[in-house]
Design a binder for this molecule. Structure first.
Ligand SMILES: [Fe+2]
Ligand SMILES: [Fe+2]
Length: 338
């Protein structure tokens, strides 16, 4: 059996005889991190009866396969379009501030929030602004674009369904945290595609949102979400969330560079080892798990040992600084977006 260390990415090989039960622990041979390994099963029906011991690897029973096959029947979240339009418009060298203003004003709710943000303690100046052109001028085009993205994404994470309200809230904080942390890292590294990296951070765990929506709507599973706690849900969804999110967003026409980041953010394949945008989001994702932004909290993650931190040149000191910046930014921005 191969146990891949989530911290240093080392593959630890252990023989089946050494495996005792469905839950065991071992020290990673490379970084010595204590890893607790749970052998998970793929069929949702088994999650409902935790004592079951039959491992069903039949693809047909996988939730993600079912979602892929039934995508047209499910009422899945509408993807943000305004931010994408702004992003496209800005690629045109003739794009002016007026063009961006006109685009923002096509969505009155977003427009009013942008105006409020330009006057907020986070971005505000001394003089109150009441017109959109001056508001966008104060924020700057990059910040405006990322805020439109964040505002549009926020809508995806709200639901009237009480059973999923909390998990969606947690997933939203994680998405926002990963996006903002990715942005800080990309800015520090003076990377050129900062808005794109921010978007990738926002969308990296989109697969979980699909799982939530599908589980609410899919009577086939007969799953009572009320009896499934957040940990159980994350366990069911973890294995496939990255691939599922990438599949859905590819169908929606998102660019390949974004899809690669979404598909590979939990485990970077060798052929993407020099993809720095991917490393930025992967590191931000781990950092948010470490500080507890989102449904998963793992304070033991040693970020400095991760492949991404090493490739991007983030040592312990820089990472500690990044943690503080991330927590500070997320609280402030989240409050502004409510
Ligand atoms: Fe993820
Ligand atoms: Fe994540």
């Amino acid at each position: 059996m191969k146990v891949r260390c989530p911290v240093c990415k080392n593959n630890n090989m252990i023989s089946d005889e050494e495996v005792s039960g469905f839950l065991f622990s071992l020290h990673c041979e490379k970084c010595e991190q204590l890893l607790s390994v749970k052998i998970t099963v793929q069929a949702l029906s088994v999650v409902k009866t935790a004592s079951a011991r039959n491992v069903d690897t039949d693809d047909k029973n996988r939730v993600s396969t079912w979602i892929k096959e039934n995508m047209d029947k499910l009422d899945l979240p509408v993807l943000p379009v305004l931010a994408t339009r702004i992003q496209e418009a800005r690629k045109d060298p003739n794009c002016s501030l007026d063009d961006v203003v006109a685009l923002v004003q096509t969505d009155q709710i977003i427009a009013s929030r942008i105006l409020a943000l330009a006057n907020s303690a986070m971005y505000g100046g001394l003089v109150e602004i009441t017109d959109m052109k001056r508001a966008i001028n104060r924020l700057g085009l990059n910040v405006t674009e990322t805020l439109v993205h964040a505002l549009e994404n926020r809508r995806i994470y709200s639901s009237e369904n009480k059973q999923v309200k909390q998990i969606l809230e947690d997933l939203w904080m994680h998405a926002l945290g990963t996006a903002l942390t990715s942005q800080i890292i990309a800015q520090e590294l003076k990377m050129e595609n900062v808005p794109e990296i921010f978007t990738a951070g926002l969308l990296h765990d989109f697969g979980y949102v699909l799982f939530v929506q599908a589980l609410i709507q899919a009577k086939t599973f007969k799953v009572d979400l009320g009896s499934m706690n957040v940990e159980e849900f994350m366990e069911v969804a973890f294995e496939d969330h990255a691939k599922l999110g990438a599949h859905y967003l590819r169908e929606k026409g998102l660019p390949k560079s974004l899809i690669t980041i979404i598909a590979c953010h939990e485990e970077i394949p060798e052929e993407e080892a020099s993809n720095n945008s991917l490393h930025v989001v992967a590191l931000a994702n781990q950092l948010c798990k470490k500080v507890g932004l989102g449904p998963v909290h793992d304070a033991d993650i040693r970020l400095e040992l991760t492949e991404s931190a090493q490739i991007l040149g983030f040592n312990e000191l820089k990472l500690a600084d990044l943690e503080v910046k991330c927590e500070d930014m997320v609280q402030k921005v989240a409050a502004c977006l409510e």
